[in-house]
Write a protein of this length. Structure first.
Length: 214
């Protein structure tokens, strides 16, 4: 089984819970002989922002014109992200909630792979058809506040967004481990984080179990 782990927090695990979730997952799968695990660190990759440079590059390619440096970089970066996602049976996203949404570097990864004909297409009647239903997405996310109540859930645009993209549009089955409230309830932070990391470990162990069954 090919596992792609998209690491989307460049803060150390001593300071960031989602980084600790990433490390916990990697520690559990590192010796699994039945899993081929690859990390895609969105903060370490050269990933120019999605925008006009990409569309300029597409136009120049069609007209066989020379590409600028940034146009070459963004085409290569987009292809690398798409290739990594294509090769994965399971894609694991480890990221925080920052200012109610996902980190910008992770958004760039999403923008690179959110492509018609690659992740989805439309039927002749205009209906969305997901192209990755055979893949699984695992969301590992941390948020210091509480965003799971009816009042606060509409404000949460990180895990919700990723679920809508990779589950709703791309068609992947989605599993989530969310750690929340450790900043809002500091007296319970240790327990909250520990219980969440136990769930991360369980999810990692389940991947080896799935491979054995297969």
């Amino acid at each position: 089984m090919n596992i792609l782990v998209v690491k989307a927090n460049n803060r150390p695990a001593t300071e960031a819970i989602s980084s600790k979730m990433y490390e916990t997952f990697m520690e559990e799968v590192k010796n699994a002989q039945d899993l081929n695990v690859t990390t895609f660190d969105v903060f370490a990759e050269d990933m120019p922002y999605f925008g006009q440079d990409l569309f300029n590059a597409f136009g120049k390619m069609q007209n066989e014109q020379e590409l600028s440096n940034v146009e070459q970089r963004i085409l290569a970066a987009k292809q690398k992200a798409m290739d990594a996602l294509s090769a994965a049976d399971v894609v694991v996203f480890a990221f925080p909630l920052w200012n109610l949404t996902i980190p910008a570097a992770l958004q760039t990864f999403v923008d690179y792979t959110y492509q018609a004909g690659f992740a989805f297409k439309y039927s002749p009647e205009g209906q969305l058809i997901s192209l990755m239903p055979e893949k699984k997405a695992i969301i590992l996310s941390a948020r210091g506040g509480i965003y799971s109540t009816p009042e606060t859930a509409p404000m949460e645009m990180a895990a919700t967004y990723m679920r809508n993209v990779f589950g709703g549009v791309f068609g992947m089955s989605v599993e989530e481990v969310i750690i929340e409230g450790h900043n809002a309830m500091p007296d319970k932070a240790g327990q909250i984080v520990a219980e969440g990391l136990e769930k991360v470990t369980a999810v990692a162990k389940s991947l080896s179990a799935e491979t054995v069954k297969a």
